[in-house]
Design a protein around this ligand. Structure first.
Ligand SMILES: Cc1ncc(COP(=O)(O)O)c(C=O)c1O
Length: 365
């Protein structure tokens, strides 16, 4: 969709990356690190100062303790963190439970490991799941469930009760929860993020994947991390070493500055995105979309049935080529693509000028 948007000069509300500058303190820290000649390989599982900063941040935010020497692996974004974790723990023939719709990488990631995905529906409008359907997706072959909260594409933030239900199944079926928490700090209306790893019985059966991309508006830096017990970390580090060797050393150093930012940085981030969310929702609703208001992350999933298009892809193609606004067809987030063919996802991690331009174009629908 980004390529199509570029070809047609369309406003890109498809791919989730900010079009505004990264925080000045991070840019200075990155150039200072390069000037200080932090330009060679960091140790493969991440520079010590950055691993220490990650451990300190989790202690400060969630009261969770991680040993930076044995439980933290720095990698090239959450993208690598997820595939490295899956390759470390899955064997061909294993099964992985996925909530559908899902961030599109998880399907191919699972396939690359030779594992099979079992899907459980998140039901609009509030994207809840049926606990019986979830239970039925688990079996003796299940090795892991992948959980993304706050969720892309739906904006759902899993409640503590929902997480407890998932945690009980992980324990009953002796499997892992592999969590993508990349939107942990983008939360609205007082919603709280709970890492499933912090729940009783889950410390050693969870793998927590996260990244600097979204929280610090640096999606191009490609710096992420994986937190897991020493045994799991040992396997993840081996895969990571052979996949990428390591993330960019000077950017890991800048990560120390990022993860040491004061709490009001995160409050400001959420407040800012809440205003942008309200802006895009009002534009979309006035243009005739039904919006599912997100509790977290920076996407709005919409229902396009009012426009009477045969499917989401032809609708989005029309949006791009005739109105100059790009979005993502909802079916891209479904394995059963027919379930998503009346959904379209818009992202709002954009400047107000961009959102305003999009508003004017969308009114022409
Ligand atoms: C849920 C989710 N996980 C991971 C990523 C990619 O993360 P990274 O840039 O850290 O590789 C994205 C990017 O959109 C995402 O939405």
């Amino acid at each position: 969709m980004t390529r199509l948007a570029v070809r047609h000069g369309a406003i890109n509300l498809a791919q989730g990356f900010p079009d505004f500058p990264a925080p000045a303190a991070l840019k200075s820290a990155a150039s200072e690190a390069i000037d200080a000649d932090i330009n060679q390989y960091a140790i493969t599982w991440g520079s010590k100062p950055f691993r220490d900063a990650i451990a300190a941040k989790y202690q400060r935010t969630y009261g969770m303790d991680f040993d930076p020497e044995r439980e933290v692996t720095v990698c090239c974004g959450a993208t690598e963190g997820m595939i490295a974790s899956l390759l470390a723990v899955l064997d061909p023939g294993d099964e992985v439970v996925l909530f559908e719709p899902f961030y599109e990488n998880y399907g191919p990631d699972t396939q690359l490991c030779g594992a099979t995905s079992r899907y459980v529906k998140l039901q609009a409008p509030d994207w809840t799941f049926d606990p019986d359907e979830l239970r039925a997706a688990f079996s003796s072959r299940t090795k892991a469930i992948i959980l993304n909260s706050p969720n892309n594409p739906t904006g759902k933030v899993f409640s503590r009760e929902e997480l407890e239900c998932i945690a009980r199944l992980c324990q009953e079926f002796d499997c892992l929860a592999i969590t993508d928490e990349i939107y942990e700090h983008i939360l609205y209306d007082g919603t709280v993020h709970v890492p499933i790893m912090s729940l009783p019985g889950m410390r050693d059966r969870s793998i927590l994947v996260n990244s600097m991309s979204k929280t610090y508006s640096v999606t191009g830096w490609r710096v992420g991390w994986v937190l897991a017990s020493p045994d799991l970390t040992d396997s993840i580090r081996k895969v990571h070493d052979f996949l990428t060797v390591g993330a960019a050393a000077p950017l890991q150093q800048a990560g120390v500055t990022a993860l040491s930012l004061p709490d009001d940085y995160y409050t400001h981030l959420s407040t800012e995105y809440a205003a942008r969310r309200d802006h895009i929702v009002s534009s979309l609703e006035r243009a005739g979309f039904t919006c599912f208001i997100p509790d977290g992350a920076y996407y709005v999933m919409t229902d396009i049935s009012a426009f009477k298009y045969v499917d989401d892809a032809s609708f989005v193609r029309h949006l791009i080529t005739h109105l100059g606004v790009a979005a993502v067809p909802g079916s891209s987030f479904f394995a059963h693509t027919n379930l998503g063919n009346q959904f379209v996802r818009f992202c709002f991690c954009k400047k107000y000028e961009t959102l305003e331009l999009a508003r004017q174009q969308l009114y022409k629908l």
